[in-house]
Structure formats: structure tokens, C-alpha cells
Design a binder for this molecule. Structure first.
Ligand SMILES: *[C@@H]1O[C@H](CO)[C@@H](O)[C@H](O)[C@H]1NC(C)=O
Ligand SMILES: *[C@@H]1O[C@H](CO)[C@@H](O)[C@H](O)[C@H]1NC(C)=O
Ligand SMILES: *[C@@H]1O[C@H](CO)[C@@H](O)[C@H](O)[C@H]1NC(C)=O
Ligand SMILES: *[C@@H]1O[C@H](CO)[C@@H](O)[C@H](O)[C@H]1NC(C)=O
Ligand SMILES: [Zn+2]
Length: 684
């Protein structure tokens, strides 16, 4: 019986996946799904999928993650190449859609930006040209900077090498940051002003032995393939580069430590910085070379200890190592491994990385055309969640929150806004108008795109009026943008049927999308972002009483996580509790909104799933947990614990639900069970 059910399940799962990926694009082919039989099939498929992940031998009151996701890893095992979770599945489907859009013939109605990406994509499909031109093109770019010592050998000009100048020129020509982090962001004390932040590179992190070995191998391969270095020389060069990077990463402040920007940044003048770090790290001449003119405006010195380390490394590292290191930042841009069978897939993925804003917009429009009601439904969900959060924040139960602080929090919530990435009408010509694309010159296109991006960075700094784009690469998960008090949902999350659909119980929508949005909403009030007011300015408006109340709940949460284990190791005690706060508050917002929805329904007929006995309230929690089912490759687990700002998903699910009295009530957990503890941590 069990076995039979299972094979039926698998058919439905495959069906559901096919429906999600193709009906979209061919529109209309699956029209029969709108019939009542079609809807029944959809609900059966969802039920089969949910049941397939569950392990009914585990008690929901003892280990809800094990109950909801116990079989997930057996079905979706992590591999050496990648970990598994539902977010990745959705993103893969987003990429299939990108590919479909790029494949469509160019039309006279295409806007100039669409024409550019379609030409670019076309140039990427020409595998013969990709193979023939790669090395020559890359070498000519590297030689603009005197060439890479590992390639040029004895003829490389060691005496003429100027590390600071090379660093500035790489940034000026191609937007490449090497040793120094250079960003243009709103001033954290006044989000209307843009500032230059100079110092720590925030993309660096410390790697353990095996991760750094893997990185070395990867770079060695790249040096051999792209530049034709011998195995021995590639190995030695990769070693030197990775070691230099490790020295840099060594002084990077952990992202999970106290993130108060005042502790990391100091407003100063370039000349003052040059006095401290010069003449080796003369930031005045660096910035002057980069911009092509003087810059006599205050800048943020971003993490002084990092700048001292850069100075030390500039002094103590041989020139050829510095040059190899800096120029190696260009390699991945010109790296593409042509593969005749998978070229469309490779190129679609590359275009999504190169033009995340443009492709999000194209995907958004195609999804909107296919299901015009979705964007509105998401906006309504956002408003419902906001109402629920407002009620929670206004509750007299929050005794530690004095009225003045409370009023500020409510105002911040009122002004918080929501966007779907790609959903805005953007004038792409402003940023890409200067980009010339040829359908027959992939590497030339890459080079010209880098030039345009480099120039955009300088424009961002110099032009006062322009609003900064929040794109900093592909948007794969929802986030909260502090300075603009905005929650952004990825375009890929508009694809329904993964998490929610009109024919599924609404519990699934509130438990997945509802929780994602309210998690981000709650981030606006976590331990870092609570320092910022409704306009995104750092402004400590909290009373000391409210601060004390907040800190005491925060330590309740950090104690709770520090008692948990993952992969038989204790979780590290984190100074920053941003993620646990967002989960803790988010789940209550989503649950309250769902309850409200149920209360106004006339009938709950559609609020359960076939072959499942769970009540709507139970389905809500089940979908919460299942949206977080994941499997991490065993060898990557300790690195995950070391680097991720998020605790592991299973710990998040356990903490979130153990802190929720409504959960214990929904599953009628006795007060002797783990998921219904005697004390709870409750932030808001
Ligand atoms: C910069 O240096 C000048 C002169 O040494 C000093 O008067 C000034 O206060 C410094 N400014 C900052 C922001 O450190
Ligand atoms: C830094 O360079 C500027 C010129 O770009 C020069 O005026 C200044 O004296 C230099 N400072 C140091 C400390 O070398
Ligand atoms: C955990 O769950 C979230 C969904 O909330 C997902 O985006 C993420 O990829 C999952 N996996 C890991 C390893 O954190
Ligand atoms: C646990 O539940 C029992 C019976 O339901 C009740 O008598 C007891 O007071 C509860 N204990 C706590 C600590 O809530
Ligand atoms: Zn978060």
C-alpha cells in the first residue's frame, strides 16, 4: 500500500514540475488545468509532493523539521557540486524562462535593451568563435596593464610596475576592485547623500584548509585553460594568489559580529587617510587616478584594520605576485567553457549574471502577461502582513516598548515599501545607453560591458540626483534594503505552483511567501536595522527602557541557538541575531494574517488537501517548514556554520516554532514535548 502510493506520488510530482516549467511559456497548452479535474490533479500533485518529504515516524511535537522534511534529503540529495533546497529549484526554472525569452526572434517592437541582450546572447552561442578568440582577447586586455607576469615571464617589467596605479587603472577601465573595497552607497547617517566607502572588501571570507585547496585547484585549472600556463607554473601562481587573498581575508571583520556601521566607518578626508597609510597606500593618488580628477569631499574610511593590512601587504609582497593577483580578477569575465550540447543553458545563465536587472524585468513582464493577477495578489498579501504587524506592534503585551519608541516603530513600518525585482519601469538607456553589442563578438561585448559598468560607478559617485540601484548581482532571495526601507522579492518568486497557487489552500501562500515577506519586514526592526529610522538614516531613537527590553529578548534568542546542535556540533554563539529575530517575528506576522484570512472565509472546503488530514492551521506550519527543507553536502557543513549569517534551516524551524504558542496549539503538543517548552523567546 505504502509502496503503491509512493509511485503514484512520483508521477504527480513530475507532472507538477512539467506544468510549472512549460505551460508558462507555451501559454494555453495546459488550459485544461483550469477545469475542475485539472484543479483536482494540481491539488493531488501538491499533496503527494508534501507527503513525500514528510517522515511520519517522527512526532511533530518532538522534531517538527524531521516530521516535515525527514525524507527530503533522500529525494533531493545534495551532491559534491551543489546543495539542495526549494529556492534553487525555483531559480533553475527562472533560468529556463530566461532562455526562452532570449531565444525568441528579435522583433521590431523590442526595446533597445532587449535587442542588446539578444545580440549578446547570440554572440555567446557561437562556440567556434568562443574557442578561437578567447586567449587572444584576454591577453590583449591583460597587456593594457603591462601583462600578467605568469604569462610574460622574464620580459615582464618588474621595475616599471606600480601597484597602486595598476589598482586604480583596473578600477577605472573595467570596474575591477582588487585589494581595496570601493563602493558608492548612501551615507548611513543621511541616506539622501551618496558617499564613497574605501577600505575592506566585503566579499572576502576566511576559508578553511579544504575550501582553500579547492579554490586553488579551480584557479590553477583556469590559468592553464585560459592562458596556457604549464601545470607547474599554474600551480605555483595559483598558490601565491590564494595565499595573498587569505592574508587579506584574515583581517576582514566577521559579518556576523556587531554590524553597527559607526564601529566600522569613519568620515574623513582622503588626504587624512593618505597621511595615515601613505605613501605606500596613498589613497589620494589612488582616487585621483581612478576618477581622473581630485576628490576633495569627505569619504568613509571603511575598517581601518583592513587598510593597515593592505598597506602591509603592499610593502611585503613581491611585485609579480601583486600583479598576478590583481590581473587574475579579469579571468572569470572572459571565461566561458563552450559546450555544444548545453550552450543555450550556459549562455542564458551568463546573461542572467551579466544583466540581472534587465532579465528580471523581461521575466517579470512575461510572467505578468501570463498571470496578470499575481503581482496584485502579492501586493495585497504585503498589505495584509503589514496590518498584522501593526497590530502586533501596537499590542499592550509589549510592556517594554514605551509609547515614543513604539510610535517611531509604527511610523517606520508605515513607510516601509515593497517591490518585486524587475517590476519597475526602468530607463535602461541611462545605464546601458553607451553599450555597443555585436552578435559576433562575445569577448568584445564583455569588455565593453565592463567599461560601461566602470563608468557607471564613477557616475554614481559624481551625480547627486541619481537614485542608486539595489542590484549587486542576481537576486535569488528576498531582502530588506536598509537605506530605502524597502523589501524586495525576487522575480523568480512570482512563479506560482512552487509555493502557492489559486487552487492550493491559502495556508501554503501564508506559510511560504507570507513568511518570506514578513521575515524581511521584521528585518527592518532587527538588531542592526532598529538603529535606522523610517527614512533609512542611522538615528538612535530608542529609549533606554526599550533598548533594555530588546536586548533581553535578543539574549534569550542567542541562548536558545547556542544550545542547539547541527551535524553533531554546537552552533556558534552569534553576536548578531538578525536572522533569528526576523524568523521569530516573521512567523507571528504570517500566522496572524493567515488566521485573519480564515476567519473571514465562508467555507473552508478548499483549505485542506486530498489525502492529508492536516487542518488549515497545521498546513500553515507544514508549509513553513517545507519551504525550508534542504540538504547540505556533508563536507560543506562546517564551512556553512562558520560563514553563514543564517543558522542551519533545521535549527531555524525548530526555534521559530518552539517559540510559537499557536504552533503548540495547532498540533496539540503536550507541555512535556520539545516543541512546547515552558518558556519562549518573543521579540515583538
Ligand atoms: C584631517 O587633518 C586635518 C589636518 O591634519 C585636521 O585638522 C582634520 O581635523 C582632519 N579631519 C578629519 C576628519 O580627521
Ligand atoms: C599622496 O599623494 C599626493 C598627490 O597625489 C601628494 O600630494 C601627497 O603628499 C601624498 N601623501 C603621502 C603621505 O605620500
Ligand atoms: C533554507 O531555507 C531558505 C528558505 O527560507 C532557502 O532560501 C535556503 O536556500 C535554505 N537552505 C539553506 C542551506 O539555508
Ligand atoms: C502541563 O499540562 C498539565 C495538564 O494539561 C497541567 O496540569 C500543567 O499545569 C501544565 N504544566 C505547565 C508547566 O504548564
Ligand atoms: Zn533574513
Amino acid at each position: 500500500m505504502e509502496g503503491l502510493l509512493h509511485s503514484v506520488c512520483l508521477i504527480f510530482i513530475t507532472l507538477a514540475a512539467t506544468i510549472s516549467s512549460s505551460s508558462a511559456i507555451q501559454g494555453g497548452v495546459f488550459k485544461e488545468l483550469t477545469t475542475s479535474l485539472g484543479q483536482q490533479i494540481m491539488r493531488l500533485a501538491k499533496s503527494a509532493e508534501m507527503r513525500s518529504f514528510m517522515d511520519s515516524n517522527v512526532s511533530p511535537c518532538e522534531d517538527f523539521y524531521g516530521y516535515a522534511c525527514g525524507n527530503y534529503a533522500a529525494i533531493n540529495a545534495a551532491t559534491l557540486e551543489k546543495d539542495t533546497d526549494i529556492g534553487r529549484l525555483m531559480f533553475a526554472s527562472y533560468l529556463r524562462r530566461v532562455r526562452q525569452l532570449l531565444k525568441q526572434p528579435r522583433m521590431s517592437t523590442d526595446r533597445p535593451m532587449e535587442v542588446r541582450v539578444k545580440y549578446f546572447y547570440e554572440s555567446c552561442l557561437d562556440t567556434a568563435a568562443l574557442r578561437a578568440n578567447q586567449r587572444t582577447h584576454l591577453l590583449s586586455v591583460l597587456r593594457e596593464f603591462g601583462g600578467m607576469p605568469a604569462v610574460e615571464g622574464k620580459s615582464w617589467n618588474d621595475v616599471g610596475f606600480d601597484a597602486l596605479e595598476t589598482m586604480a587603472q583596473l578600477l577605472r577601465r573595467y570596474g575591477k576592485t582588487t585589494l581595496l573595497g570601493v563602493t558608492v552607497s548612501p551615507d548611513f547617517t543621511n541616506s539622501q547623500i551618496k558617499r564613497l566607502y574605501l577600505g575592506q572588501r566585503d566579499d572576502l571570507m576566511e576559508r578553511d584548509g579544504s575550501a582553500s585547496l579547492a579554490k586553488k585547484q579551480e584557479l590553477k585549472q583556469r590559468l592553464q585553460n585560459l592562458l596556457g600556463l604549464s601545470q607547474e607554473l599554474a600551480g605555483k601562481t595559483a598558490e601565491e594568489i590564494i595565499e595573498l587573498e587569505a592574508e587579506l581575508a584574515h583581517t576582514v571583520l566577521d559579518r556576523r559580529m556587531d554590524r553597527d556601521p559607526r564601529l566600522r566607518n569613519r568620515l574623513t578626508m582622503l588626504s587624512n587617510m593618505s597621511d595615515v597609510y601613505g605613501p605606500v597606500l596613498n589613497l589620494t593618488s589612488f582616487v585621483t587616478s581612478w576618477l581622473g580628477h581630485d576628490y576633495i569631499v569627505p569619504v568613509y574610511e571603511h575598517v581601518p584594520s583592513y587598510l593597515f593590512q593592505v598597506k602591509k601587504l603592499l610593502l611585503g609582497t613581491p611585485n609579480h605576485v601583486l600583479a598576478n593577483y590583481m590581473l587574475s580578477t579579469l579571468l572569470t569575465d572572459f571565461e566561458i567553457r563552450p559546450s555544444d550540447g548545453q550552450q543555450e543553458e550556459i549562455c542564458a545563465q551568463r546573461m542572467a549574471q551579466l544583466f540581472p536587472d534587465v532579465l528580471d524585468h523581461m521575466v517579470y513582464l512575461s510572467l505578468e502577461q501570463q498571470s496578470p493577477h499575481i503581482a496584485n495578489e502579492l501586493r495585497n498579501l504585503w498589505l495584509e502582513l503589514k496590518t498584522s504587524f501593526r497590530e502586533i506592534l501596537s499590542s499592550p503585551d509589549l510592556e517594554w516598548l514605551d509609547e515614543t519608541t513604539r510610535a517611531e516603530l509604527l511610523e517606520k513600518l508605515r513607510l516601509m515599501s515593497f517591490e518585486i525585482a524587475g517590476g519597475q519601469a526602468v530607463d535602461f538607456e541611462e545605464r546601458y545607453g553607451a553599450l555597443v553589442v555585436s552578435s559576433a563578438d562575445y569577448y568584445g561585448n564583455v569588455q565593453r560591458l565592463l567599461e560601461v559598468q566602470a563608468s557607471n560607478l564613477r557616475t554614481d559617485l559624481m551625480k547627486e540626483s541619481q537614485r542608486l540601484s539595489y542590484y549587486d548581482g542576481v537576486i535569488e532571495s528576498p531582502f530588506y534594503a536598509t537605506e530605502i526601507n524597502l523589501v524586495v522579492l525576487p522575480a523568480s518568486y512570482m512563479q506560482h505552483r512552487y509555493f502557492w497557487d489559486d487552487v492550493y489552500p491559502s495556508a501554503l501562500k501564508y506559510g511560504t511567501l507570507g513568511l518570506f515577506l514578513s521575515h524581511e519586514m521584521a528585518h527592518g526592526f532587527d538588531d542592526l536595522n532598529r538603529l535606522f529610522d523610517s527614512k533609512g538614516n542611522l538615528n538612535e531613537y530608542w529609549s533606554s527602557q526599550a533598548k533594555m527590553g530588546f536586548e533581553s529578548v535578543k539574549s534569550c534568542l542567542s541562548d536558545q541557538f547556542a544550545k542547539m546542535r547541527y551535524d553533531s556540533k554546537m552552533l556558534p554563539r552569534l553576536e548578531s541575531q538578525g536572522e533569528s529575530i526576523a524568523d521569530n517575528v516573521g512567523i507571528r506576522i504570517a500566522q496572524a494574517a493567515h488566521r485573519k484570512w480564515l476567519e473571514q472565509l465562508r467555507t473552508q472546503d478548499m483549505e485542506t488537501l486530498p489525502h492529508m488530514s492536516q487542518s488549515p492551521e497545521q498546513l500553515f506550519y507544514l508549509s513553513v517548514a517545507q519551504s525550508m527543507c534542504s540538504d547540505i553536502w556533508l563536507e560543506r557543513r562546517s564551512a556553512f556554520l562558520r560563514n553563514s549569517v543564517h543558522p542551519p534551516n533545521e535549527s531555524r524551524v525548530l526555534a521559530m516554532l518552539a517559540n510559537s504558542a499557536a504552533f503548540a496549539e495547532a498540533f496539540q503538543c503536550s507541555n512535556k514535548t520539545k516543541m512546547n517548552p515552558p518558556t519562549r523567546c518573543l521579540m515583538y
